[in-house]
Design a protein around this ligand. Structure first.
Ligand code: ATP
Ligand code: MG
Length: 429
C-alpha cells in the first residue's frame, strides 16, 4: 500500500488557515483513499477575488455537510476542492458527494480515489476502478484521460494515458475506444497527490451563496416564487423569505406551504428564515378605499412596500419576485411598471422571460412543484375584483395609497410578522 510522500504531508500540515491537516491513506478496495473531488465553475475566472470566493464556497460546503453528522476535511487545490471524510467509509463519502450537488458554485461532483503521487499507485488505482465495473468487464471499451496540474510529474499526460491504458488492456483484455468509450478513467496529477475517478454528477453551478449579498424573496405558496428564489441563490444571493397570508380571512394552509417550500429550498443555502405577515385586514382596507379594478395591483404594491421595510431591517439589498411577463393580469408591462414605482429597492424578476412550462420543469427538478401544487387559499384570490385592471395608472394607485396612508400601513405590517426557521435537515411536518 503506497503512502503519500512524507514531504507533501508536512507541507499539507502547514496548510493555509481554514485548511485541514492531511491524513494517511488507509487500505480500501481501491488502492487509495475515497474522497469527493469538486470542479468549480465561474469562481475559477474571478482573478483577484478568487480566494474570497473559494473561502465562501468552503464554508458553504462545511455548512451543507453539518446536517449529515459526518466529519469532513476540505482542501483547496488549484481550481478544485477536495473533501474527505474522517472515517473514510465509502457510505459516508457517497452521502457527502450527494449533498454536494446542491451546493451552488460547484459544476461537477466526482467520487474520486486519492492516491500517492507515484506511477505504480496510479496504475493500481486505475486497475482497481475498472475491476469494480462488472458490466464493463463483460463487454465494453474504455479510455484513459490524464492531465497534470503539476508539470513536474515525471510522465506527460499522453504517456500516462498510453501506459495506464496498456496495463488495463493487459489485465482485463478490454478494447480502447477514445471516441465513444463505455467507461472513462480520469487521472489528475495534483501538487500533492493523484486523483483517479470515473464519471461524476453535474453540480448546481452558479456562484456560492452569499457572494452576491443578501435579498428578500416575496414568497407565495405558488409555483413561481420558489423557482425565482432558487435562481437568485444560484447567482450568489443569500435570501430571506416573506409570505403574506390572507389571515384572518383565509386558513393557515398557505403558511404551511410557504414553510414546506422554504424547508426544501433551504438545502441550497442553510439557515433560512421565513417571515409571515397576516395581510387579510390590509386587503380589506384597500377594498374599502374603493380600489375596485386596481385591487390586485394596489395589494401587490403594499406587499412590496412592506417587503422594503422588512428588507431594510434584515440588510437585504433587493426584492425578488416570481413575476413572468404577461402570465397573469398583474404582470403586464404597465402593471410591472406600476409595481416598480412602489419601492426604491430594485425588484429582481429572474423568471420574467420564462414560459410557465419551463418554470414548472425547473420547479420539478428542485422538488418544489409538488408542494406548490397542494391546495390552499391564496390571499390574492380573496377580495379579487371580477375584472382586474391590466393597465394600472400610477397616479390612480398613488391616490388610493394617500387615502390609506400606505406608508404607515407598510410600517405596521412589517412589525406584525412572525419568524420561522424551516431547516432542510428537519423531518416534514
Ligand atoms: P406564484 O406562482 O409565485 O404564486 P403567480 O403566477 O401566482 O406566482 P402572482 O400571484 O401575481 O403570480 O404573484 C406574482 C409574485 O408576487 C409572486 O411570484 C410572488 O413573488 C409575489 N406574491 C404574490 N402573492 C404573494 C404572497 N401571498 N406572499 C408573498 N409574495 C407574493
Ligand atoms: Mg401566486
Amino acid at each position: 500500500m503506497p503512502m503519500l510522500d512524507a514531504a507533501a504531508e508536512r507541507a499539507e500540515k502547514g496548510a493555509a488557515p481554514g485548511q485541514d491537516a492531511a491524513p494517511t491513506i488507509e487500505q480500501t478496495s481501491v488502492a487509495g483513499e475515497p474522497c469527493v473531488l469538486l470542479k468549480l465553475g465561474e469562481i475559477v475566472l474571478k482573478g483577484k477575488n478568487r480566494e474570497l470566493f473559494e473561502r465562501r464556497l468552503q464554508n458553504n460546503i462545511r455548512a451543507a455537510v453539518k446536517g449529515l453528522g459526518i466529519k469532513i476535511q476540505v482542501w483547496q487545490r488549484e481550481g478544485v476542492i477536495v473533501v474527505r471524510t474522517e472515517s473514510g467509509e465509502l457510505a459516508e463519502v457517497d452521502a457527502v458527494a450527494r449533498r454536494m450537488t446542491d451546493v451552488m458554485g460547484i459544476v461537477w461532483v466526482h467520487r474520486a480515489w486519492r492516491v500517492a503521487k507515484e506511477v505504480d499507485a496510479t496504475v493500481q488505482a486505475a486497475l482497481d476502478l475498472v475491476g469494480q465495473h462488472p458490466a464493463l468487464l463483460r463487454k465494453g471499451a474504455f479510455a484513459i484521460r490524464a492531465r497534470r496540474r503539476d508539470k513536474r510529474f515525471p510522465i506527460t499526460s499522453s504517456d500516462l494515458n498510453v501506459l495506464v491504458g496498456a496495463k488495463v488492456q493487459e489485465r482485463y483484455d478490454l478494447p480502447v475506444n477514445l471516441k465513444r468509450p463505455d467507461m472513462v478513467v480520469f487521472i489528475e496529477v495534483d501538487q500533492r497527490e493523484v486523483f483517479v475517478f470515473t464519471d461524476g454528477t453535474p453540480g448546481a453551478g452558479g456562484l456560492p451563496v452569499g457572494m452576491s449579498g443578501r435579498a428578500l424573496v416575496l414568497m407565495s405558496g405558488g409555483i413561481d416564487s420558489p423557482v425565482a428564489a432558487y435562481r437568485m441563490m444560484r447567482r450568489g444571493l443569500r435570501v430571506d423569505f416573506l409570505h403574506f397570508s390572507g389571515m384572518p380571512f383565509t386558513g393557515p394552509e398557505s403558511i404551511y406551504k410557504a414553510y414546506a417550500l422554504v424547508r426544501e429550498l433551504d438545502k441550497f443555502q442553510g439557515g433560512s428564515r421565513l417571515y409571515v405577515v397576516p395581510f387579510g385586514k390590509a386587503q380589506q382596507q384597500i377594498k374599502s378605499s374603493g380600489a375596485d379594478r386596481l385591487q390586485i395591483v394596489a395589494q401587490r404594491r403594499l406587499m412590496l412596500k412592506t417587503a422594503e421595510v422588512v428588507a431594510h431591517n434584515l440588510g437585504g439589498a433587493a426584492l425578488i419576485t416570481g413575476d413572468s411577463l404577461g402570465q397573469v393580469s398583474s404582470q403586464t408591462m404597465q402593471n410591472i411598471t406600476a409595481l416598480d414605482d412602489a419601492v426604491g429597492l430594485p425588484i429582481l424578476r429572474p423568471l420574467i422571460g420564462m414560459d410557465k412550462t419551463e418554470i414548472m420543469a425547473e420547479a420539478r427538478r428542485i422538488h418544489t412543484l409538488a408542494i406548490s401544487e397542494l391546495p390552499d387559499e391564496d390571499c390574492c384570490t380573496v377580495l379579487t375584483p371580477r375584472r382586474a385592471e391590466t393597465r394600472a395608472k400610477i397616479e390612480d394607485l398613488r391616490q388610493i395609497e394617500k387615502r390609506l396612508d400606505a406608508g404607515e400601513m407598510a410600517e405596521q405590517l412589517a412589525t406584525s410578522l412572525q419568524e420561522h426557521r424551516p431547516s432542510y435537515g428537519e423531518p416534514p411536518a
